[in-house]
Design a protein around this ligand. Structure first.
Ligand code: KIV
Ligand code: ZN
Length: 520
């Protein structure tokens, strides 16, 4: 690898996932991991194996399935964490153990309640233990941004000596300024005698909105790995956003002279997938992936772009995988046209089931007239979601509501091989559908959040519903997430509730299997 290549370490599935209201299922994490692999990230931090049996299994599954990115697992500087990471990851083609301990005085004294010497000893011991599993060990100095520089230099030198091959310098609380953070990296290069034996990495949080600027300042000072997440999701205000750093390195190569292995054309699709699966919509004015990032509103700007695109565009939408529809897709379009358009949008045949997708395309085209790229992308995602091995599926739905009476719904669900129909009244259509689904499934649902968003423009747009709910008859207060898509938002809501019920059903099955495995 050239000295000018910056390693992209994606932590969407670890630092990003840690910040979600409802944790992701193993299947959802795997879907994101496939998208990250296709995006071309060098390292995927898949999770924190010791944190729960579910996380262990999901890291193991990702380690088994992903072939073109290295898989990392997080571990505190504790023996059992390192052993769990080593066990979960050992099935991977290439893996890394990422161990960490806090180094700032605030954390060492108040959180760890130890002396700095003890912390160095724990870090050294952990790196050595991790080296028994792999030659690729990363050590992170948590809260490095607020660590006294003498302590930081000592910790970095000792952990490299113990065998760490990557040293990560996190700005855990997003406190430092770009000049200050770049200065820390420069000082490490000047003062740590064995620094050339490791890659220096940075991991910045966005509490002051400086995570991307700090990461760029760090690579200018010599760091060669950036830790980041898709759409910048992560603890509190989030992490450094992958799409922003990648496009800065790409667009300002003239100034920075640095490259990455990421394929920018996959950025838009990966961003949409993560936003959908994580139920974290992207703000419209977000750099690179926001819906307004490439739209020009004022007359002067529109006029300028029409005359010459580079008047107001420093990169083209196509660079990040956004393209404009050249074909009119209607109910008269054949299957091969849909397949061709999907190919142009970057989908491979294995990404979708053409028969199922085409059926839903025709239904949509009948309703909307013209189907746009964003509709097709949404159809791919939701058709895949609906064809997952689901226990419940929506057979029929009828709802009556108005200003005078309470709403009434009748829902028929297929539950495995049985058909079950129920009716319920409620204070609105969604509430009455929820009543029916609760009766059929036996899950006493308590809706915590309900969001409707349109995936496109106009009154015939597809409406996407995201629902977060707990199940009152489960002991834990786990929050489940369901998504649904249709031109009619009542149907989207019903689909989202059925999707959520399947999520609960899957989690119950996993718990039962675990109980059997534990002899319980
Ligand atoms: O923000 C942080 O310091 C972390 C470490 C575990 C790398 O996420
Ligand atoms: Zn972090």
């Amino acid at each position: 690898m050239s000295d000018n290549n910056v390693i992209i370490f994606d932590t969407t599935l670890r630092d990003g996932e840690q910040a979600l209201q409802a944790s992701l299922t193993a299947r959802e994490k795997l879907q994101i991991a496939f998208a990250l692999e296709r995006l071309g990230v060098d390292i995927i931090e898949a999770g924190f194996p010791v944190s729960s049996p579910g996380d262990f299994e999901s890291v193991q599954q990702i380690a088994r399935e992903i072939k073109n990115s290295r898989i990392a697992g997080l571990a505190r500087a504790i023996d059992k964490d390192i052993d769990a990471a080593g066990e979960a990851l050992k099935v991977a083609e290439a893996f890394r153990i990422h161990t960490f301990i806090a180094t700032s005085t605030i954390h060492v004294e108040n959180k760890l309640k130890k002396g700095f010497d003890d912390v160095v000893e724990m870090a050294v011991r952990s790196v050595k233990r991790a080296r028994n599993y792999t030659d690729d060990v990363e050590f992170s100095c948590e809260d490095a941004g607020r660590t006294p520089i003498d302590h930081l230099c000592r910790m970095v030198e000792q952990t490299i000596k113990a065998g760490a091959t990557t040293i990560n310098i996190p700005d855990t609380v997003g406190y430092t300024l770009p000049s200050e953070f770049g200065g820390i990296i420069e000082t490490l290069y000047n003062r740590v005698p064995n620094i050339d034996k490791a890659v220096i990495s940075v991991h910045c949080h966005d509490d002051l909105g400086l995570s991307v600027a700090n990461s760029i300042s760090a690579v200018q000072a010599g760091a060669r790995q950036i830790e980041c997440t898709i759409n910048g999701i992560g603890e509190r205000a989030g992490n450094c956003s992958l799409e922003e750093v990648v496009m800065i390195l790409n667009t300002r190569h003239d100034q920075l002279g640095l490259t990455t292995n990421v394929n920018p054309k996959e950025i838009h699709r990966t961003s949409q997938l993560v936003a959908n699966i994580c139920n974290m919509p992207v703000q419209s004015n977000k750099a690179i992936v926001g819906s307004n990032a490439f739209s020009h509103s004022s007359g002067i700007h529109q006029d300028g772009v029409l005359k010459s695109q580079n008047t107001y565009e420093i990169m083209t939408p196509e660079t990040v995988g956004l393209s404009t529809n050249k074909l009119n897709l209607t109910s008269r379009s054949g299957r091969h046209v849909i397949k061709h358009r999907l190919e142009e949008l970057g989908f491979e045949e294995k990404d979708y089931d053409l028969d199922k997708l085409y059926e839903r395309f025709l239904t949509l085209a009948d309703k909307k007239g013209q189907v746009f790229d964003y509709d097709l992308e949404a159809l791919v995602f939701f058709t895949n979601l609906d064809s997952e091995d689901t226990f419940f599926s929506l057979e029929s739905l009828s709802v009556q509501s108005g200003t005078e009476n309470s709403a009434t719904a009748t829902v028929e669900l297929r539950c495995g091989d049985k058909l079950v129909k129920e009716a319920a009244i409620g204070n609105g259509p969604v509430n009455s559908i929820c009543g029916c689904i609760s009766r059929i499934t036996g899950y006493d649902l308590e809706i915590k959040d309900f969001k409707v968003a349109s995936t496109s423009e106009g009154t015939d747009a597809l409406g996407q519903v995201n629902i977060m709910a707990t199940c009152r008859n489960q002991e834990n207060a786990k929050v489940f997430h369901g998504m649904g898509l249709a031109t009619d938002i009542i149907r989207s809501s019903a689909r989202a509730l059925v999707n959520l019920a399947n999520d609960i059903h899957r989690s119950e099955k996993v718990a039962q299997l675990r109980d059997v495995g534990n002899g319980g």
